[in-house]
Design a protein around this ligand. Sequence first.
Ligand SMILES: Nc1ncnc2c1ncn2[C@@H]1O[C@H](COP(=O)(O)OP(=O)(O)OP(=O)(O)O)[C@@H](O)[C@H]1O
Length: 230
Amino acid sequence: MEQGFTFEEVVVERDGVRALDRFSADVPGSGVTAVFGPSGSGKTTLLRLCNRLEVPTAGRVLLRGSEVAGLDPLVLRRTVGMVFQRPTPFPGTVSDNLRAALPGATDQEMEQVLDRVALSGSWLDRDATALSGGEAQRVCLARTLIKQPRVLLLDEPTSAVDATAVELIERAVTELARDGLEVLWVTHDAEQVHRVADRVLRIDRGRCSGLAPVVRRADSGEVGQGEVGQ
Ligand SMILES: Nc1ncnc2c1ncn2[C@@H]1O[C@H](COP(=O)(O)OP(=O)(O)OP(=O)(O)O)[C@@H](O)[C@H]1O
């Protein structure tokens, strides 16, 4: 399987406290990898290293064998998209938001990307700051996707949205992963891991505590597999 992110003895230390403590893992470069662990274990820090919002104090982060620190930041940000916990629409319309990410995007490109997040072209003229949390998060996902990243980083994107949006976002991302997008999805929701992930990367107190395949409930039809207990 193609190589994705490699973490080699990564340390992130702030004010003498280690958010990551010699974290090492080899993440395959396809499908959905859930990054799962308790609050404060270092999940967000790990994700932020992947698009260089954060740099390691020690150790190395590689993407497909190339050190992230050595990649052109513009190329990196185009290749690796990120969606945050809280939706962050820019002032303006939905199309303004999409064009902020991809200047010169055509109506057709914008309609296609909205379709992927279960919104239609009729949303293009809507005020992006007057949407519900779930709608705004889907616009933010579309805004990231319009740049056609190869990797998508999701930092608890569904923790602040309604149940309908959770379902739509989960469906959109799993379909995109099936079409070839590599996804790292931070969550502390074990049920969500079973719904969306191909594998789970466990993190505990800044250290990798395992990388294991997940049997998806939707695929197996089974409940209570139990690989992902708290
Ligand atoms: N900007 C910062 N300055 C100092 N310490 C920080 C900063 N951001 C996070 N930390 C600390 O680093 C550790 C890891 O935080 P991180 O946000 O990566 O964990 P997390 O697993 O994503 O947590 P949560 O599930 O609560 O979001 C925690 O102890 C946290 O308090």
